[in-house]
Design a protein around this ligand. Structure first.
Ligand SMILES: [Zn+2]
Length: 386
């Protein structure tokens, strides 16, 4: 017998609009149908989820840049840590994410990648793959990344890591100015890996060359990269201006001034922006002393910094990023949700199954109340949070 769930009451986000007075039916792992209320016959055998009309039913949120949460970090290289992150993210409406690594020693990387590859991941949010943040980055723009483990482009190493990860590396952050980076970018593309410019001191010209060779993504645009100078427009300008590049932004009110968020939105448009958290283990834990990729981090008033004051990841949640986006810019709720669901699904090439609500798509669903807090999360037909 097929497992069914039925959502009633709330407005449903579909095809860029809020649909009212409809019922959404889930069968097994998929969205089966969306029907007008009057056309639906009550099914007593289904799990019924009824919420008020002012609640929202939206696609599951997808975070392509997250290191940890609830005291756990991907770099802990343990199934327990991954499980803790997956459960914590479910409570924030995230149904899928890229487990994001830091620049670390070869031994640690090997251990992290094989742990993720072996992780069963049956509960909580789904790990959609791995985001390698480094190690081919700029020593001068390392941010909270450990400088001593930064490496020059090394294709055999990436191939070895992709084997350890059983093909789950989906995105690599690298610096376009490094020697021999262009052949590596082309090779990563051939392996089906998204190439992202980040932690970089690349010039405008160097960044454009990387884009021409297959770099299509920007890691936390503006943060840890060469900024705009009137005679040297820098990596930021190349990434802002190229129509081929999707840009991650950390909209916590700290990494980017609200005016810069508005500027990015106007230049890139809602289709090419992705909300990410870049969250670290202190998320959901409160202030205190933590670590990120082996470096000590102090969290005060939800702001994570290294001892020298460098911002070290965030404690941001995706719903909070959405609420900030609405506050900082002129975008609509529908646009902000798109930046946290459909756009990341598209970057991953998963938009046929994930990132929006339509019959036949994966039943990755989130119920939000009018204050945009998560009331319930479903991943592939299974309730993972309420
Ligand atoms: Zn990061």
């Amino acid at each position: 017998m097929k497992k069914r769930s039925v959502f009633t009451g709330m407005q449903i986000l579909m095809d860029g609009e809020w649909i009212k007075d409809h019922v959404l039916i889930v069968e097994d792992k998929k969205i089966k149908n969306i029907l007008p209320v009057h056309a639906y016959k009550n099914d007593m055998t289904a799990n019924n989820y009824e919420f008020a009309k002012d609640h929202y039913l939206i696609p599951g949120l997808i975070d392509l840049h997250i290191h940890g949460s609830a005291g756990f970090d991907v770099m802990d290289a343990s199934a327990n840590a991954l499980s803790g992150i997956c459960h914590a993210l479910a409570s924030e409406g995230v149904t899928g994410f890229l487990a994001t690594t830091m620049t670390a020693s070869d031994e640690q990387m090997a251990s992290v990648l094989s742990t993720i590859a072996k992780f069963p991941n049956q509960e909580g949010a789904a790990i959609l793959g791995i985001h390698l943040e480094g190690p081919f980055i700029s020593a001068g723009k390392n941010g909270a990344q450990s400088a001593r483990n930064i490496k020059l482009p090394d294709l055999p190493l990436i191939k070895h890591w992709q084997e350890l990860a059983k093909g789950t590396i989906r995105l690599v952050t690298l610096a376009p100015e490094l020697n021999e980076i262009l052949p590596l970018i082309r090779e990563l593309n051939a392996m089906g890996i998204v190439v992202s410019a980040g932690h970089t001191d690349a010039t405008y010209a160097q960044t454009n060359l990387a884009i021409e060779n297959g770099c299509t993504h920007a890691t936390h645009l503006f943060n840890a990269m060469r900024g705009i100078h009137q005679r040297e427009p820098g990596a930021v300008s190349a990434l802002l201006l190229s129509k081929k590049v999707n840009a991650e932004i950390i909209v916590d009110g700290l990494h980017l001034h609200p005016a810069v968020v508005e500027l990015i939105l106007r230049l890139k448009g809602k289709e090419n922006l992705l909300l990410v958290t870049d969250a670290m283990r202190a998320k959901c834990m409160g202030d205190g002393e933590y670590d990120l990729g082996g470096q000590a981090v102090a969290v005060k008033k939800n702001i994570a910094r290294l001892a020298d004051g460098t911002i070290a990841g965030s404690t941001l949640s995706m719903p909070h990023a959405i609420r900030n986006m609405l506050q900082f810019t002129q975008c609509s709720l529908i646009d902000a949700i798109q930046m946290a669901s459909l756009n990341p699904a598209r970057v991953m090439g998963m938009e046929a199954h994930k990132g929006s609500i339509a019959p036949g798509k994966d039943a990755d669903l989130v119920v939000m109340n009018p204050a945009l807090e998560v009331m319930m999360t479903m991943r592939e037909g299974e309730k993972i949070y309420q």
